[in-house]
Design a protein. Structure first.
Ligand code: NAD
Ligand code: MG
Length: 261
């Protein structure tokens, strides 16, 4: 899929990886970008607008965990965008001490934004199909013992997104789904890490583990994300580590009956 002339929604697009995704989308000549975020990054978004004055750049302050707010956000976005072509669901948090908020934002947020987007993108509903990319993590594939709550939400995103990548939905809606699994990336997400882990006595181990991880910048990751979107294979899962994109296949242990008929 070419990004040229596409209208895109990016949740969590006000900072970190999301903001870099927005920059690169505009650089790749997307037609417009709508950012849904709770953070009002006036400077960052102002800079995008001054660099790309001809583009439609919207900012909507909304909490992805709030279904009503997200439904309203999409309603507003689709008033400015004729069609919605691409959604990149990036918004997420790390704080294993706040279990319900972590679940609400990381899982609830992805679900709210995905369903709201499908409503406008689905060919059955007058849309023209497109692609929805959901942000998981390497820990969405293999657990990291230090962060069991965060890990569980990132694994849930994999299950949710793989369910929707079924051909049955694609034939109806024309929407492809992909899963993004970056490794450690230097952003605000893990600041004060040891204050947000659930077992405080793991602090020393945590620092040793974090030290050993390969680190990459949000700009490196965003480049890989755009390349995964361009390749546009329904159900594809991408590890992004060492500034590189690695497609992976999940082993299947069980197949549902309806897929065989
Ligand atoms: P970040 O904290 O720099 O950016 C997250 C963005 O999401 C921020 O702009 C924040 O305001 C926004 N956000 C948070 N809660 C929100 C809410 N309830 N509603 C709307 N917006 C909200 O972090 P980041 O590292 O850029 O993380 C982006 C995504 O990438 C997250 O889902 C994270 O889990 C995932 N990820 C990060 C890493 C990493 O090492 N940084 C690795 C793998 C996956
Ligand atoms: Mg992660």
């Amino acid at each position: 899929m070419s990004l040229n002339d596409k209208s895109v929604v990016v949740t969590g697009g006000a900072s970190g990886i999301g903001l870099e995704v927005c920059k690169r989308l505009l650089e790749s000549d997307a037609k417009g970008v709508a950012i849904i975020d709770i953070l009002e990054n006036v400077d960052g978004i102002g800079q995008l607008r001054s660099t790309y004055p001809e583009k439609n750049i919207l900012f909507i302050k909304a909490d992805v965990a709030d279904k009503t707010a997200i439904d309203e956000a999409y309603e507003e976005i689709t008033k400015s965008f004729e069609y919605l072509d691409i959604v990149v669901n990036v918004a997420g948090i790390f704080n294993d001490l706040d279990v319900s908020r972590t679940i609400g934002v990381n899982i609830g947020g992805i679900i709210n934004s995905t369903f709201a987007a499908m409503n406008y993108m689905s060919k059955e509903k007058g849309g023209r199909g497109g692609i929805i990319a959901n942000m998981s993590s390497v820990v969405g594939l293999d657990p990291l013992f230090l962060m069991p709550v965060y890990t569980s939400t990132k694994q849930a995103i994999v299950g949710f997104t793989r369910s929707l990548a079924n051909e049955i939905y694609f034939e109806k809606a024309g929407i492809k789904f992909i899963i993004l699994c970056p490794g450690a990336t230097i952003t605000q997400l893990f600041t004060n890490f040891t204050e947000k882990i659930i077992f405080p006595d793991m602090g020393d181990v945590a620092y040793r583990v974090l030290d050993r991880l390969h680190k990459q910048s949000p700009a490196d990751v965003s480049k890989c994300i755009l390349s995964a979107i361009e390749q546009c294979e329904n159900g594809s899962i991408w590890i992004i580590e060492n500034k590189q994109l690695h497609p992976i296949k999940m082993t299947r242990y069980w197949t549902s009956i309806e897929e065989k008929v």
